[in-house]
Design a protein around this ligand. Structure first.
Ligand SMILES: [Mg+2]
Length: 293
């Protein structure tokens, strides 16, 4: 538990700090989905009115209760690997689409689900690729492959902007599949358990969009700090001013050399929420000042 350290050390945060975080394998433990090690930091950031924005491969339906549990209901969240940004009332601008009944405004940054499904089905038909997407698995198959209880599997299955796939073919054919998707303006990113097919959006595109909205609302650019553990987080970590690459539970994403810059990216020794705390301690308790340009 981190609370004692936060109370003992005087932590002075920049006024324009904005935190974006992956959930699975980062704020949430990869295996148990526990986030208690981060509870002290989450409470402190809420008290300091620092936006903490979940940027996840999860669906909006899956985030339903988790947003409340984590205390993130006042802030935007990004679902399905950057495919859709959900804004609370306080983050709206006049030209935005109408709010839904829960008060959320949806900004779609990628392709819609029907387009993605058609594209992957057509490529499989043409080339005989072996994979199973969520559309193929159905709720029951999602439950089996994730170990989630039924209600959570239903929420995971409610896609709006990305199609997760279990790849059951060779690495070489994965490369060919990826290239074929790219030719149609679609992307393939690796998450914790699945590959995700998305439109032109990414977690990094979503960060840039949210930084623009922050600037529009507050008149200053935010100082962005992003945390994640997977290859799908790299565009977000590369776009943020400060990045935290949390040690992966099962694999380490290959870090492009331009990102291997200790003045912008910190790699944790710990996994999951303990690594999340380690990353915030590194940038925020040690102080951002001596790293500032
Ligand atoms: Mg992750």
């Amino acid at each position: 538990m981190h609370e004692p350290a936060l109370e003992e050390i005087e932590v002075s945060l920049p006024d324009n700090l904005m935190v974006l975080t992956d959930l699975d394998g980062s704020l949430l433990d990869h295996h148990s989905y526990d986030w208690q090690p981060a509870a002290g930091w989450l409470r402190f950031l809420r008290e300091q009115r620092v936006p903490v924005i979940a940027n996840t491969s999860k669906t909006a339906a899956e985030l339903g209760t988790l947003r409340q549990e984590l205390g993130l209901t006042d802030y935007p969240c990004v679902v399905e690997n950057g495919g859709c940004v959900l804004l609370p009332p306080g983050w709206r601008a006049t030209a935005d689409p109408a709010m839904d009944e829960q008060g959320w405004t949806r900004i779609h940054l990628g392709a819609d689900y029907a387009t993605l499904r058609r594209a992957v089905a057509a490529l499989r038909e043409e080339h005989g690729y072996a994979f199973r997407g969520f559309a193929d698995l159905g709720v029951e198959g999602v439950q089996q492959s994730t170990g989630l209880p039924l209600a959570k599997a239903q929420q995971a299955h409610a896609r709006e902007a990305s199609e997760p796939l279990l790849w059951e073919d060779s690495e070489a054919r994965l490369t060919a599949f990826r290239q074929a998707l790219q030719q149609q303006g679609l992307s393939l990113v690796r998450g914790g358990r699945f590959y995700h097919v998305t439109g032109r959006s990414s977690k990094g595109v979503a960060l840039t969009w949210l930084a623009g909205r922050y600037h529009q609302l507050h008149g200053v650019q935010p100082l962005t700090l992003a945390l994640g553990d997977g290859a799908n987080d790299l565009p977000m970590l590369a776009t943020a001013r400060y990045g935290v690459l949390i040690r992966g539970a099962d694999y380490q994403p290959l870090l492009p050399s331009f990102m291997d810059d200790p003045s912008r990216l910190y790699r944790t020794a710990s996994t999951g929420p303990t690594g999340w705390v380690e990353g915030l301690d590194y940038w925020l308790v040690a102080g951002l000042e001596h790293n500032n340009e």
